[in-house]
Write a protein that binds this ligand. Structure first.
Ligand code: ZN
Length: 345
């Protein structure tokens, strides 16, 4: 038998809780509606999208797919935001490819573009993970996450009141050699392009220290560290940055597998940083994916598959619920995002 055909079924007899809706109305602070990550909702009926969100108890949905040009941003604003302004907030982005053309003028240009995006209707800035891994300046040099030349961009985001949703690096194991010790071996086998083995890529901690510097260098800008501050494997590290930087927040999207395999540590993390954690799915507007997160946050269920796939894709382990108290759930589901993201315009 090949490993990929091995699908062991747990024989544990323990409670299985089906949570259909979050205990409190939820803001999904990290998700997509575009082709690549959100299921391509540009071409699907809007009523169906609203129906799915209603069914899942999602009162507001952050669409990070506004892109860096006017066309994509305008189309997402028109297709989603304009039809239900209170239900959506669309984030813009930075067109890094312009650095090669603009040279040293790029940071000021990118800052001005951010202002223009806000005027069109963008309500935040999404920084995608090529930043720190692939983004180059006009000389072809890899740009560090804490590159001081980009200060105008981050300061402008702060002045405009636009939160910065930032994703740097990826699971730690993606930076390790792909061998028999790699805990994401199956996933990397299926997606070899997800490997960022160093060299040639910078080491994982180099990128993460860049993130910590970036956030502490711009205290007037609100940053949301995607996927549990980009380091769900090490909640002590994320907690230390949260303590050092009041302008730092995290979302929990795409990391129920990580959080759910360390339930004692994760629960303490949620209790301690209850004001700084934002709910998010990153799986498109899909009820089954939402339900797994609700189950993790709200129940004491043990050893359940954290993904909708028969073999969980992010590693062959299972998750445990952390049964958060009501006041923490209210903050994580709604209040923190409402504060950091502001009222929908
Ligand atoms: Zn995402």
């Amino acid at each position: 038998m090949e490993l990929e055909n091995y699908i062991p079924q747990s024989k544990l007899v323990v409670p299985q809780t089906d949570i259909l809706k979050p205990r409190y109305p939820a803001i999904d602070a990290h998700n997509h509606l575009g082709e690549d990550f959100g299921g391509g909702w540009e071409d699907q009926p809007f009523e169906e999208l609203i129906g799915l969100l209603d069914e899942a108890g999602i009162v507001r949905y952050i669409d990070l797919d506004g892109g860096w040009g006017e066309d994509l941003l305008d189309s997402h604003l028109k297709l989603f935001k304009e039809k239900a302004p209170e239900r959506f907030q669309v984030f813009g982005g930075v067109d890094w490819s312009r650095w090669g053309v603009m040279g040293n003028a790029f940071p000021e240009w990118a800052s001005a573009r951010l202002g223009a995006q806000k005027e069109r209707g963008a309500e935040g800035l999404k920084i995608w993970k090529p930043f720190g891994l692939h983004v180059q300046d006009h000389t072809g040099k890899l740009v560090d996450v804490d590159d001081p030349r980009l200060a105008p961009l981050w300061e402008t985001a702060g002045e405009l009141g636009l939160p910065v949703m930032i994703h740097v690096a990826d699971p730690v194991a993606f930076f390790d050699p792909i061998d028999e010790t790699n805990e994401r071996w199956e996933e990397l086998g299926a997606h070899p392009d997800w490997a960022f083995t160093s060299p040639p890529f910078p080491p994982f901690m180099y990128i993460l220290e860049g993130l910590a510097n970036l956030v502490s260098n711009h205290p007037r800008t609100n940053f949301i560290g995607a996927h549990v501050g980009c380091y769900a494997e090490n909640l002590a590290w994320v907690g230390a940055l949260l303590e050092r930087c009041p302008n730092f927040h995290v979302d929990i999207s795409g990391r129920i597998g990580e959080l759910g395999r360390q339930p004692y540590t994760a629960r303490k993390f949620f209790l301690k940083y209850a004001d700084r954690i934002l709910f998010g799915s990153d799986m498109g507007p899909y009820l089954e994916a939402y339900k797994l997160i609700y189950r993790f946050l709200e129940t004491e269920d043990e050893y359940f598959n954290y993904s909708v796939m028969p073999v969980p894709g992010q590693g062959r382990w299972y998750a445990y619920g952390i049964n958060l108290p009501d006041e923490v759930l209210r903050k994580v589901y709604f209040e923190n995002a409402a504060r950091v993201l502001g009222n929908p315009r």
